[in-house]
Write a protein that binds this ligand. Structure first.
Ligand SMILES: *Cc1c(COP(=O)(O)O)cnc(C)c1O
Length: 416
């Protein structure tokens, strides 16, 4: 009982989710499932829109819905509400933060450091931003290499922070291996060397705790459709340290104007206070609604501390079983074992991972495939049970024993 004291506590949350019938859903790190609060929140906005039309902005409080979402996101980012904003998308938010914080005129300090394992969208944004500023990514975008193809070493990250580096952009939890980087050390080192440090929280928000503001991180950006279950392509989030709050937004628009004068529609840009000045256009109300629904559940369930505890119970059990029962089939675990070094999913490696994923789907288990050889399993604290993990491992064991996977094709991996 002790290891799984959470099982009964979490059952009531599971009841609030729409679980695909007959499936064990272990892909919540790509797209979190819909819950009833989010569903009700969207339906409510539709009813408001239908009954009130334009008056919904004031009568139904659409006008400050993004600020309410920011207030609830802030504890998950480990920041004050004024430093957080629910807006745009992950990649757009990275562009906005680069446009706001990167200074191409700084002499001898114009290199951006990133890692070769990060999600490709971040690399596209960094390279295109440098180009936009007249700098060549081949000389101004520097890559931290992985020694094993799955993880990064803190010492390699620290070694990359030389005098010519202006900015460091890394994922907090690596999207393939699930490695959780040492944010306190990296934030402190970058700060001490006068380097701006930013984090992609897409795989960590809502599943591991953060203390970005206290650690002095300069910025962060993330999507809300993974562990936060805000729906496909949901509105994104960003964090921006108070030391920057007086800066002008790099990409300005009317929704970043001080709400007191926003509707004066003057061309002079008087920015809103805090991170909300980084908003560009009208917030997507139909996308904010489900996020608010989910965030309400996070708060009621005891916040990120409770979620993380439950996540560790589930992933710990999965790792134990995988280690004991799957290694003999040539399946290795590429996620670091130590609790402080891993996020919310477990990554398994096998040369036939693609076919194994297809075979798993055929027996009602929904995993996630990353080319060429990784199978990711993400138990979500709100709706995954220990019994489901056991069943998933049992089915995987059977697929490996019989060699059934060989009959299946490689799936096409095309989801965020
Ligand atoms: C999912 C994910 C994204 C998605 O970016 P969008 O702009 O929302 O499409 C970006 N970065 C990482 C690390 C991700 O895991």
């Amino acid at each position: 009982m002790t290891a799984f004291s959470g099982e009964s506590d979490w059952a009531r949350w599971r009841d609030e989710f729409h679980l695909p019938p007959g499936q064990i859903y272990l892909d919540g790190n790509s797209l979190g499932l819909l819950n009833q609060r989010s569903e009700a929140a969207v339906l409510k906005v539709l009813a408001q829109w239908s009954a009130q039309g334009i008056a919904g902005w004031s009568e139904s409080g659409w006008i400050d819905m993004a600020e309410r979402a920011a207030m609830r996101l802030a504890p998950l980012a480990g920041a004050s509400a004024a430093s957080v904003c629910a807006t745009a998308q992950t990649t757009v938010n990275l562009h906005q933060l680069l446009a706001t914080l990167f200074d191409p005129a700084l002499p001898h300090k114009r290199v951006i450091v990133a890692d070769e394992l990060n999600f490709a969208s971040d690399a596209h944004a960094l390279a295109s931003h440098l180009q936009l500023r007249g700098l060549d990514p081949r000389t101004h975008l520097r890559w931290i290499r992985s020694r094993d193809g799955f993880t990064l070493r803190t010492e390699d990250i620290v070694a990359a922070l030389t005098d010519d580096v202006q900015m460091l952009v890394l994922p907090s939890v690596l999207y393939v291996s699930g490695q959780w980087l040492d944010l306190p050390t990296i934030n402190a080192t970058a700060r001490a060397r006068g380097i701006i440090v930013g984090w992609d929280l897409s795989h960590s928000i809502g599943i591991v705790p953060h203390a970005l503001e206290a650690e002095g991180a300069d910025f962060a950006f993330w999507c809300n459709y993974k562990y936060l279950s805000a729906g496909p392509g949901a509105i994104g989030g960003l964090y921006w340290h108070p030391r920057h709050h007086q800066k002008k937004p790099g990409l300005a628009g009317w929704w970043g104007v001080d709400p007191a004068v926003r509707f004066d529609l003057e061309s002079r840009h008087e920015p809103a206070p805090g991170a909300s000045r980084l908003q560009i256009g009208t917030p997507a109300i139909l996308s904010l609604a489900p996020l608010l629904g989910s965030l309400e559940m996070f708060a009621e369930a005891g916040g990120i501390t409770a979620v993380r505890r439950r996540s560790l119970e589930l992933t710990g059990h999965l790792i134990d079983r995988a280690e004991n029962e799957l290694a003999r089939f040539g399946i290795s675990i590429v996620t670091p074992r130590a609790e402080n070094d891993r996020g919310g999913h477990v990554a398994l490696c096998h040369p036939e991972a693609g076919r194994i994923c297809t075979a798993l789907r055929a027996v009602g288990v929904v995993p996630d495939y990353r080319k060429p050889a990784v199978l990711r399993l993400a138990p979500v604290p709100f709706y995954t049970t220990r019994a489901e993990i056991d069943q998933a491992v049992d089915r995987l064991t059977k697929i490996m024993q019989t060699g059934d996977y060989r009959a299946w094709p490689d799936p096409i991996s095309a989801t965020p």
